[in-house]
Design a protein around this ligand. Structure first.
Ligand code: AQP
Length: 344
């Protein structure tokens, strides 16, 4: 068992409008973890600027993500909600990790390859170094568990490698400073449930994403009931009835996606969904999914709008969260500077 107290860290970047994938893959799963773990939920604005962000949109996105955390049920008093740029230690530790991580490790990151595409000479250095910053976000708080969607799995594996390499590279200094040999924890990814990868409603080969251009492909958290129902009814599907066993969804990406969304919203398994809808066509299933999605998401959107109408309240919550996060971060960084050999 890990000697570290159970602590959760996760974040979402304000790089566009928050969508159902962010909600089901991450935010929805943040809430129950509050019962068993000390949780730190961050708006990772330093990550957002790895691609160009209009300053006004960046601010708006930051409020929106904080509002979504609150509306979904994260308790900012018992736990911590803050935006990353208010705790400068994230950037400091990321620099140190840039000097630990190897180029070859970073070059293998598929998210970088996908985002850079053929444009590798013209994307920011920050986009390439993104996984070091993510490792710093997590390890700064000696986090043990990280709930994320499936697309972040490779970055979490890299975080484990960075922690391991740091612990090994500095083993002598860690011991000389009377610190535990496992200075940084080897984190556990929490990638569970039926909705770890929500797909575009228009193309099952792509994940639902903030940077998707087609709004018909994406359910946004602030969509109204009408828009949600329309998008689900027009979502790409196929001509066959739903199977009665999960194995029957193999190779039917769009059908599997819609069944996964239903399961996640109803908090049941995909098999439970098929027990109810197996043998039925999309003419029956889509309206039922639309009703469920509206019933679940509309109250959250309403709650988000209430928070968004009070930006001062959000700012107070973020500032208070940042103050508490900083206290933990400063303690870690004091030890890290000592371990590395910086005079302080
Ligand atoms: N489609 C998805 N299905 C399930 N989980 C998802 N997540 C993102 N998309 C899906 C999870 O949401 C959390 C926050 O993601 P992020 O904001 O850090 O960046 P991302 O994964 O790159 O998300 P986007 O929406 O696709 O943003 P852009 O287009 O700006 O890159 C993470 O836990 C992620 O796994």
């Amino acid at each position: 068992m890990s000697k570290f107290p159970p602590r959760v860290f996760s974040g979402i970047k304000p790089s566009g409008d928050l969508h159902l994938g962010n909600y089901l893959g991450a935010i929805r799963r943040f809430v129950p973890l509050q019962k068993t773990h000390a949780c730190i939920y961050c708006v990772v604005d330093l990550h957002a600027i790895t691609v160009w962000q209009d300053p006004e949109d960046l601010k708006r996105g930051t409020y929106e993500i904080a509002a979504a955390y609150l509306a979904a049920g994260v308790d900012p008093k018992e736990h911590i909600i803050f935006n990353q740029s208010q705790v400068v230690e994230h950037a400091e530790l990321a620099w140190m990790f840039n000097c630990v991580v190897r180029m070859g490790w970073m070059q293998r990151m598929t998210q970088y390859k996908d985002k850079a595409g053929k444009n590798t000479q013209n994307v920011s250095l920050g986009l390439f170094a993104y996984p070091s910053l993510m490792a710093a976000d997590i390890l700064l708080y000696q986090t043990t568990h990280v709930p994320v969607g499936d697309d972040q799995k490779q970055h979490l594996e890299l975080t484990r490698d960075i922690a391991q390499k740091f612990n090994n590279d500095f083993a002598g200094s860690i011991s000389k400073n009377n610190l535990p040999a496992e200075f940084f924890p080897i984190i556990e990814p929490v990638i569970t449930g039926p909705a770890t990868r929500i797909l575009s409603l228009k193309d099952g080969a792509k994940k639902m994403s903030k940077s998707e251009q087609s709004s018909a492909a994406t359910i946004y958290m602030l969509d109204d009931a009408d828009a949600i129902a329309k998008k689900i009814k027009k979502a790409k599907s196929d001509a066959d009835a739903l199977p009665s066993e999960v194995a029957g969804l193999e190779g039917r990406l769009e059908a599997g996606n819609l069944v996964g969304i239903y399961a996640a919203l109803a908090d049941i398994s995909k098999q439970d969904v098929l027990n109810e809808f197996g043998g039925k066509g999309f003419g029956t299933f889509k309206p039922a999914l639309a009703d469920l999605a509206v019933a679940h998401l509309a109250p959250i959107a309403e709650n988000m709008r209430r928070y968004l109408a009070e930006p001062d309240e959000i700012e107070t919550i973020l500032k208070d969260g940042a103050n508490r996060a900083r206290t933990i971060a400063q303690k870690t960084m004091k030890d890290v500077r000592e371990i590395i050999g910086f005079v302080q």
